[in-house]
Design a protein around this ligand. Structure first.
Ligand SMILES: [Zn+2]
Length: 117
């Protein structure tokens, strides 16, 4: 529990200079992100087919994280727990190119920090 809060504080600070999304933007981002996870597989298929299925790409991956552009934002905006093995990958998303990193920080300020499980 303590560990959990410390993690939040760390990411909270890194999002500290970013402004939250407006209420309309937040509603829109949250709705899109939740749908990405709740709709599940892009089409019926057997097994893991991360190359062709958005849901599989978003929910599978090695230590480098999912092979899905903007995955970190989607997890934050859906308020979805992030597998602990992607904690380093998440940090790299935070350190990535300026525009994306800034948007991710805005999402953290708006939706709350990552919860690694
Ligand atoms: Zn799938």
């Amino acid at each position: 529990m303590r560990r959990h809060r410390r993690g939040r504080a760390r990411y909270g600070r890194s999002g500290g200079n970013a402004l939250p999304w407006s209420a309309d933007e937040a509603r829109q981002h949250g709705s899109i992100a939740r749908r990405m996870f709740s709709e599940g597989h892009s089409y019926p298929h057997k097994g893991v087919d991360a190359d062709n299925c958005g849901y599989c790409a978003l929910t599978h991956g090695d230590a480098d994280g999912p092979n899905y552009a903007g995955w970190a934002r989607l997890y934050i905006e859906a308020k979805r727990p992030i597998p602990r093995q992607w904690e380093g990958a998440f940090q790299r998303e935070l350190d990535s190119d300026k525009a994306y990193s800034h948007a991710l920080r805005r999402s953290i300020v708006t939706f709350g920090g990552p919860r690694f499980v």
